[in-house]
Design a protein around this ligand. Structure first.
Ligand code: SF4
Length: 232
């Protein structure tokens, strides 16, 4: 299994829960704004944290934390993800999964086997700009399929969009909503360029001012029961 990072306690990853966070190495996208390029693209040079180590850590946290957040990179690429999730669930923890939605087959299994309690799905931009932002050819129909699976389930979820200047505009928010349809919770995340980003050109972009993010939120509320701006 390709776990490359462990954050022992987080109050912000799983809404309303105290969770530990594991980070899987490797990703099928190369988003220009990715703030962890090492984990996404060059994770081979990072040491693996063995599954046994994570499980033993969690065993000591039973009754101290509620949940495990599984993040990346892109966790659904790991062949051992489902068996790992089962072990974590059997210990009594809730599980949150962060995903870019490009593996609906894996997501379907997670839902069918009741292995996940909260899903955070990226809706990165409008279909027309998706491949440009992600620097690879993206099948947005697969992401829509994932979102439909989530919507049809009873699992709590959020969708999230990082508001990268030029790549995500108010018009794109409308296009995202038109293509992906209505959601219960949509987080708009402020673009942050203080840490090293995957693409140096994107690094030079200035984050949107609050007033523009508020316009984006207004647009998003046409498609979401709730919309919250993160990171202001
Ligand atoms: S931001 Fe993009 S490239 Fe980085 S981990 Fe997430 S999906 Fe992968």
């Amino acid at each position: 299994m390709n776990i490359k990072g462990l954050f022992k306690t987080s109050l912000i990853d799983f809404p309303g829960k105290v969770s530990a966070v594991v980070f899987f190495g490797g990703c099928n996208l190369s988003c220009c704004y990715c703030h962890n390029p090492l984990l996404a693209r060059d994770s081979d040079i990072l040491p693996v944290i063995e599954q046994e180590e994570i499980l033993s850590f969690l065993q000591k946290r039973v009754n101290l934390i509620d949940a495990l957040t599984i993040s990346g990179g892109e966790p659904t690429l790991d062949k051992e993800l489902l068996s790992f999730m089962k072990k974590v669930k059997d210990m009594g923890f809730l599980i949150k999964l962060d995903t870019n939605g490009l593996r609906p087959d894996i997501l379907k299994l997670c839902l069918e086997k009741n292995l996940v309690d909260y899903i955070a799905l990226d809706l990165k931009t409008s279909p027309a700009k998706y491949s440009d932002l992600c620097r690879v050819n993206v099948n947005t129909e697969a992401i829509l399929f994932s979102l439909n699976l989530i919507r049809e389930s009873s699992v709590q979820y959020e969708v999230r969009t990082t508001c990268v200047p030029q790549y995500v505009t108010v018009d794109d928010i409308h296009e995202i909503g038109n293509f992906f349809g209505s959601v219960s919770m949509w987080y708009l995340q402020q673009f942050v360029n203080t840490a090293e980003l995957l693409d140096p050109e994107t690094q030079r972009l200035s984050p949107y001012p609050r007033v523009y993010l508020e316009l984006m939120k207004k647009a998003a509320l046409n498609f979401a029961e709730q919309c919250v701006i993160r990171g202001l």
